[in-house]
Design a protein around this ligand. Structure first.
Ligand code: SF4
Ligand code: SF4
Ligand SMILES: [Zn+2]
Length: 281
């Protein structure tokens, strides 16, 4: 197996993985999406909601806000509290907001969700949550403001994407076969048709066609179809893949990839010990 990084920072990674088959790389992708645990709002106690949104809509929006925790909490099912909720398996956040004192509207953002536990923080501050509007109503000769208000406590717990998409730690996670583009210079006549068709502008033609960034090819084969001389061929490597993933911010991308690899390793170890114990009987 060979690994070559193309891009790598805290939130994104792109690498070429060679010497593996598509089953392996797809298992890595699926494990990253479905099995790496992260924190998300799972239960909301709503004390007041006079906004235009139903309680369930607010709860869903809260669940999709990425949260970061300084320590890895225990999954409620594995916690010694039996899943009732304790500091080992749960953190709380509070939202208290109301519309303006005068007629008008305000937008409530994710930054208005205040952690009640110093271990947890909201990753992205400007995710819109609710719009609250104040109107005025005439009561006799007096103009009264009619305000909207939301008051709630959100409880965040660990879970996996397999249980619900709100626990999926990646926003983008995929791969493609590594593209290989071959140009037969003997028969290329430099007409430039392939370059005109390429949606990614990867082909330069001086006297002959040349490829500038092969790994960015999206394998559409429009260049191949445009070439009357059949001088350009696009093929996919079947043992090499360009893998890309982006975290939603709740975990670093390094944590997500290595955790997924460890989960796969543990499953294989369990499988081997099951086989060995069956064979020994
Ligand atoms: S279309 Fe074919 S012949 Fe024309 S430049 Fe491209 S590869 Fe060469
Ligand atoms: S396959 Fe598509 S993206 Fe790749 S070089 Fe040809 S036209 Fe461009
Ligand atoms: Zn607990």
């Amino acid at each position: 197996m060979e690994l070559r990084f193309l891009e790598h920072d805290e939130g994104r990674v792109k690498f070429v993985l060679s010497g593996v088959d598509s089953a392996f790389v797809n298992a890595l992708r699926r494990t990253m999406i479905a099995d790496v645990p992260k924190l998300a709002v799972d239960e909301v106690e709503i004390y007041e909601n006079t906004s235009l949104l139903y309680d369930e809509q607010i709860a869903l929006r809260l669940a999709l806000i990425p949260l970061r925790c300084t320590e890895e909490l225990v999954h409620p099912e594995d916690c010694e509290c039996g899943g009732k909720g304790c500091e080992k398996c749960e953190v709380k956040l509070q939202l208290e907001c109301e519309s303006p004192d005068t007629e008008g509207s305000i937008t409530i953002y994710s930054k208005d969700l205040k952690p009640l536990d110093e271990r947890v923080s909201v990753v992205h501050q400007r995710i819109p949550l609710i719009r609250l509007t104040s109107l005025t109503k005439d009561v006799g000769s007096i103009r009264m403001p009619v305000k909207q208000r939301v008051s709630l406590i959100a409880k965040a717990r660990m879970g996996t994407g397999r249980e619900h998409a709100k626990w999926q730690p990646v926003t983008v996670c995929g791969y493609k076969n590594t593209p290989i583009i071959r140009i037969n210079e003997e028969i290329c006549r430099g007409c430039g048709r392939c370059a005109e068709e390429c949606p990614k502008n990867l082909i330069n033609v001086r006297e002959k066609a040349e490829i500038s960034d092969e790994l960015s090819c999206i394998l559409c084969k429009l260049c191949e179809n445009a070439c009357e001389n059949k001088a350009i061929h696009v093929i996919c490597a079947d043992d090499s893949f360009v893998f890309f993933a982006e975290s939603d911010g709740s975990l670093t991308i390094d944590h997500i990839v290595t955790k997924a690899a460890r989960i796969m390793q543990r499953r294989c170890d369990n499988f081997i010990s099951e086989l060995e114990s069956t064979a020994a009987q």
